[in-house]
Design a protein around this ligand. Structure first.
Ligand code: TRP
Length: 377
């Protein structure tokens, strides 16, 4: 099953992530592999210094990453595949797997196929229409491009518009997945609309599109948050039957929101930082954030703060403090009561704002080149 419902609070499905996420448990429940120091060593040999997201185990689990690296050593390239359900604006949590994909594209010279699932979000959500998802597919693509992907290596697939490219592959896939497998993997009910039931075959299709476009049969490596895993389980089962490599995955954690616990989520805008937020809005959200601070400054100076529960600290950890030594120092100074929450908030506000300001400029420029990234026939 997709949800890990033995743990009372934790639900992790492609459509719902709630409760305290226990990542070790997900590795066990989903049957994935932890990213070991051995694999990290192999990656370092190829890329030099580890990317922050590997170094800090933000990407913590995988399937067949070792196989893909081995094939790469033997001369078989891989392609990257990830995507986005364009139901609304992008927040910085969405950028985590995209930034990592960019790193892999740069280090391995890999192509990226990026699926904008304007169809999926329409099918699963009663309240949004196709104009809405189409609009956000465009808006979200601007955020992707702003990160610096190369147009000759990056292929955005807008499902509704580009379905002709996916349809034959989708049919081959759909024919080989039974309703009983789909139901067990995705938790479909009698009341689930049939578009949604068929839909997983469409998310599987880009795993195999590279062969259709180029004739090369190479594996796809999918950097994505772990909630997408059910799709890959069913896809991996049928890949060999269709003569393809099983798609490999590398799974990341969810960026926490600015509240106490829970991932950053567009449905909780006050605890999410959107890429288009203005400095005033960012400031308000950061100032209202949940921290590991004590009720009074005096108490905090005496007994110290608790970085492990602090949402502000998490942002330094995930994105905004690349230097391990400085991160560690911040943690220790907080625990010792040497710094108070205001100082961390101010610093995060400064860094976040700098990032967003540049991102927003690049995003504006992306409007002129967006067509270059659209997959071609
Ligand atoms: N289903 C994903 C979402 O709702 C979008 C998506 C499509 C995706 N293909 C993907 C995500 C591949 C990660 C990897 O956001």
């Amino acid at each position: 099953m997709v949800s890990s419902n033995n743990n009372k609070d934790m639900v992790v499905t492609p459509w719902e992530v709630t409760g305290e996420v226990d990542y070790d448990r997900l590795i066990r429940d989903f049957g994935t592999q932890p990213i070991t120091s051995q694999i990290l060593k192999k990656i370092t040999d190829k890329t030099g210094k580890l990317h922050l997201q590997l170094q800090r185990r933000i990407f913590f689990s995988h399937r067949d990453l070792d196989t893909v690296l081995k094939l790469y050593d033997e001369g078989t390239k891989f392609v990257l595949y990830t995507g986005r359900g364009p139901s609304g604006p992008v927040h910085i949590g969405h950028l985590i797997p995209w930034l990592f994909s960019l790193h892999l594209q740069e280090k391995f010279g890999a192509r990226l196929y990026f699926q904008m699932t304007d169809d999926e979000k329409f099918l699963i959500n009663d309240n949004i229409n196709l104009q809405h998802t189409k609009k956000y597919a465009y808006e979200n693509a601007l955020d992707l491009i702003a990160l610096g992907f190369k147009p000759d290596k990056t292929f955005v697939i807008y499902d509704v518009e580009d379905i002709d490219l996916l349809y034959d592959i989708t049919l081959e896939i759909a024919k080989r997945i039974t309703y009983s497998t789909a139901k067990a993997s995705f938790g479909f009910k009698d009341s689930t609309n049939i578009g949604w039931v068929f839909w997983p075959a469409i998310q599987a299709a880009p795993c195999f599109i590279h062969k259709k476009l180029t004739g090369e049969n190479v594996p796809a490596l999918i950097p994505a948050a772990i909630d997408q895993d059910p799709y890959w389980r069913v896809t991996r089962d049928i890949a060999p039957k269709l003569g393809y490599h099983k798609p490999a995955q590398i799974h990341c954690r969810f960026l926490p929101g600015l509240g106490s616990g829970g991932k950053m989520s567009a449905s909780k805008p006050e605890t999410s930082i959107f890429t288009m937020d203005s400095p005033e809005v960012v400031k308000r959200k950061i100032w209202n954030a949940f921290t590991g601070g004590k009720p009074t400054a005096a108490e905090q100076r005496k007994t110290g703060g608790i970085p492990s529960i602090c949402s502000i600290y998490q942002y330094f950890f995930y994105l905004f403090e690349e230097d391990d030594k400085k991160l560690f120092e911040r943690e220790n100074r907080c625990k010792a009561g040497e710094i108070l929450c205001g100082e961390c908030k101010q610093e995060l506000f400064f860094r976040l704002n700098k990032f967003l300001e540049e991102h927003q400029k690049r995003r504006e420029r992306a409007k002129d080149v967006i067509e270059q990234y659209h997959i071609k026939r």
